[in-house]
Design a protein around this ligand. Structure first.
Ligand SMILES: O=C(CO)[C@@H](O)[C@H](O)COP(=O)(O)O
Ligand SMILES: [Fe+2]
Length: 230
């Protein structure tokens, strides 16, 4: 993975057909997505339960771009090697998931993955300056984690602007996760984000039989964001 700040669209397969991941991934990649976002939920840190390492290992061969794994689990550290071994390129852990985020980020890099730090909507940026040399990506949640299809939380726009200033010219991606549409994506691109996760925003209205809709949705979000990117 090389670093750049071009807009990247990362569809969340939480909104895909769970009985058909291989074809769904081939469809979104053929339709122009940049990364594939995989939401791991444990029914404890968040009130929903999704994918374990064997499922990730099964879908890995279908992904030709980047496997971007969002860990909504607590504790995290005991599972890092398993998710890295399943083929994650990026492993993102939540600041709120435990008392030792610095150790967690160290362990993610030691496992051979890019390290991501996720922040819930109610979490401030106080810890960020102390972690800037430990992260490759910071994920600002624009919904409360746990479910797809929720409404974008506007108060996160100013947080992203502050985060952009903190990061300066360091090679750290700002990823936005939750409620991304052609209406909300430009707000975040203008504030400084470069990676836009979109679940319902990409998958709505389409299917593997009708994948052109995925392409239309991806292009609409990308075009709106690129027009707004500073
Ligand atoms: O991590 C999460 C939710 O916890 C996300 O990745 C969602 O899956 C995004 O879904 P939309 O808000 O785009 O529908
Ligand atoms: Fe996510």
């Amino acid at each position: 993975m090389t670093f750049d700040r071009k807009i990247k669209i990362a569809p969340s397969i939480l909104s895909a057909d769970f009985a058909n991941f291989g074809e769904e991934i081939r469809a979104i990649e053929a339709e122009g997505c940049d990364w594939v976002h995989v939401d791991v939920m444990d029914g404890h840190f968040v009130p929903n339960l999704t994918f374990g390492p064997p499922l990730l290992a099964a879908i890995r061969p279908h992904i030709r771009t980047v496997m971007d794994v969002h860990l909504m689990i607590s504790p995290v550290d005991a599972y890092i090697d398993a998710y890295a071994g399943a083929g994650a390129d990026i492993l993102t852990a939540h600041l709120e998931a435990g008392p030792h985020i610095h150790r967690t980020l160290q362990a993610i890099r030691a496992a051979g993955c890019k390290a991501g730090l996720a922040l819930n909507p109610g979490t401030g940026l106080d810890a960020v300056p102390h972690l800037l040399d430990m992260v490759d990506l910071i994920c600002v949640m624009t919904v409360n984690p746990g479910f797809g299809g929720q409404k974008f939380i506007h108060s996160q726009i100013e947080k992203v602007r502050s985060l952009r200033a903190m990061i300066g010219d360091r090679p750290i991606h700002i990823e936005i996760d939750g409620g991304m549409t052609p209406e909300t994506a430009p707000l975040m691109a203008e504030a400084g984000a470069d990676v836009l996760v979109a679940g319902s925003g990409v998958f709505k209205g389409g299917s593997v039989q009708n994948p052109g809709v995925y392409g239309e949705n991806i292009r609409a979000i990308r075009a709106a964001a690129e027009a707004a990117q500073g």
